[in-house]
Design a protein around this ligand. Structure first.
Ligand code: FAD
Ligand code: LAC
Ligand code: ZN
Length: 479
């Protein structure tokens, strides 16, 4: 009781100081804290922020951090709250949410250099549209792009649908601005493509989920806007068949291959239940595995005749069983919509297992088969949903509960099933987190796998940059 009284006093005093340092719209308390700050997209994490701070510029972020540090109040930076590992939701009393949402400006866009400087709270979709308006592409593409923010993308080193061609967020960041745990500002937004000047300090803040600093702006790498984009749906008899298609496309389309997504039959079934109006031919649903493929180029001649030939050859040599080549932008969008609503459909089923793993690309078929066996044995009746980013060896092995374990009855199964999956991942030399990060959800699994030297280095970095442990405490590392 005494401890919580002291904490309440600290919060009260800090709020007085904060209201002097920040503008009036920057502080939310009590009833003004709406669900978007306390509940994540999945609904799996719900917390109670002591207050929500919404600074409008970098100096306000720095001032807020200094005040919180003086009052020993932990800060959880928050973007669009779409992260899937619980990192942005407060998980203990007295934690302050610092939302970047009001820092959403595009500071600069240089279409000749193909770079842009964007504030952390800018929604990914908005940044992409601003780039397109200047004939440029910001290639990070993911289902949450209408809500997630650039700062969240940096902090999680987000991946998504076009990684096989353009890399993850880390590859797209040329410079960063971040506020440190003591309120100092690290700033390098020069957007240089070459800069070999010792330690690349911005890497400290990419993929470290707000544990080493609060990202306030980023200089991003842009590409020429694609001129020709061809979208294909191809179905095969097995995941092995999909890998043969992948091999063929990878070699024939080379660097023009910009997406190659695996969707297995149970995932397609869920999507079509939610929205049966797809352009897919009727026989598609008979096949166990499908690929959604994009081949695109930013210049040169029309790709269509060449891609038509490629598709014809894949049917002739028996690699593809059925499918569709989108004949319009609207049809291509309808194919991508299937990929999107497949995720939404899982969400609507309530509590389910969600994972994000990677293995060597060539191991995908054996790995997926082993997972099916292991999960069926561990929990008969569980419905395994395997899909993912083939070109990155990144699968999401998700699962819906059997009929008798719906809703919270499935909760006790989440950890044991995840452990089973992770054991198979280990056996294949894979990673327990390919693109979503560690957050709260995976910190024990990470801890169990950290080599001593890695653990020591990670703790040493944390101790140097955030000695009081006030930034995103308990994320990534078990403390
Ligand atoms: P939040 O959820 O708000 O935060 C995520 C983490 O970053 C937290 O630890 C938070 O504290 C920290 N953080 C947020 N902003 C900052 C900041 N400015 N400075 C420091 N730390 C910060 N992810 C993929 O990689 N690939 C996908 O294909 C993909 N698809 C998705 C599809 C759907 C439908 C959903 C809901 C999520 C998907 N995600 C995917 C996960 C998620 O969208 C990404 O992780 C995204 O990058 C999170 O951004 P956000 O702004 O929502 O971050
Ligand atoms: C996807 C997210 C969940 O690929 O990473 O759909
Ligand atoms: Zn993914």
């Amino acid at each position: 009781v005494q401890k919580s009284l002291v904490r309440d006093g600290q919060i009260k005093n800090a709020l007085v100081a904060l209201s002097e340092a920040l503008d009036s719209r920057a502080i939310l308390t009590g009833e003004a804290i709406t669900e978007r700050y306390s509940r994540d997209w999945s609904g799996d994490y719900v917390g109670e922020p002591a207050a929500v701070l919404r600074p409008s510029d970098t100096s306000e972020v720095a001032a807020a951090v200094r005040i919180c540090r003086d009052a020993c109040l932990p800060i959880i930076p928050q973007g669009g709250h779409t992260g899937l590992v619980g990192g942005a939701t407060p998980d203990a009393a007295g934690q302050i949410v610092l939302s970047l949402e009001r820092m959403n400006r595009i500071r600069a866009l240089d279409s000749l250099s193909m770079t842009m400087v964007v504030e952390a709270g800018c929604i990914l979709q908005t940044a992409k549209e601003a780039a397109l308006a200047q004939g440029c592409l910001f290639p990070l593409t993911l289902g949450a792009q209408g809500s997630c923010q650039i700062g969240g993308n940096v902090a999680t080193n987000a991946g998504g649908l076009n990684v096989l061609r353009y890399g993850m967020m880390r590859n797209l960041v040329l410079g960063l601005e971040a506020v440190l745990a003591d309120g100092r500002v690290f700033s390098d937004l020069r957007a240089l493509r070459k800069n070999n000047t010792g330690l690349d300090l911005k890497q400290l803040f990419i993929g470290t989920e707000g544990t080493l600093g609060i990202v306030t702006a980023a200089a991003l790498r842009l590409y020429p806007q694609p001129r020709w984009v061809e979208t294909l749906w191809l179905s095969a008899e097995s995941i092995t068949g999909i890998m043969a298609l992948y091999d063929h496309c990878r070699r024939e389309a080379g660097e023009l291959l910009s997406a190659f997504e695996l969707i297995t039959a149970p995932c397609l079934e869920l999507a079509l239940e939610l929205d049966p109006n797809s352009p897919l031919p009727g026989d598609v649903a008979r096949f166990p595995a499908h690929a959604l493929i994009e081949i695109a180029s930013s210049g040169g001649p029309d790709l269509r005749p060449w891609v038509e030939e490629l598709v014809a050859s894949m049917f002739e040599n028996g690699l593809a069983q059925t499918g569709l080549m989108a004949h319009s932008t609207a049809q291509a969008a309808a194919l991508w919509r299937i990929r999107e609503i497949m995720v939404e459909a899982q969400q609507r089923r309530g509590l389910h297992l969600r994972t994000d793993i990677s293995v060597p690309i060539s191991a995908i078929p054996l790995f997926a088969a082993r997972i099916d066996e292991v999960l069926a044995q561990a929990l008969p009746g569980v419905k395994v949903l395997t899909y993912g980013h083939v070109g990155d060896g990144n699968l999401h092995i998700n699962a819906l509960p059997p009929a008798h374990l719906q809703g919270s009855a499935f909760r006790p199964w989440l950890l044991p099933l995840t452990r089973k999956i992770n054991e198979v991942v280990d056996a294949f030399g894979g990673s327990i987190s390919a693109e979503h990060g560690i957050g709260i959800t995976k910190r024990t699994a990470l801890e169990e796998r950290l080599a001593p030297v890695d653990r020591e280095l990670m703790h040493a970095m944390k101790a140097t940059l955030d000695p009081d442990g006030l930034l995103s405490p308990g994320r990534i590392l078990v403390v």
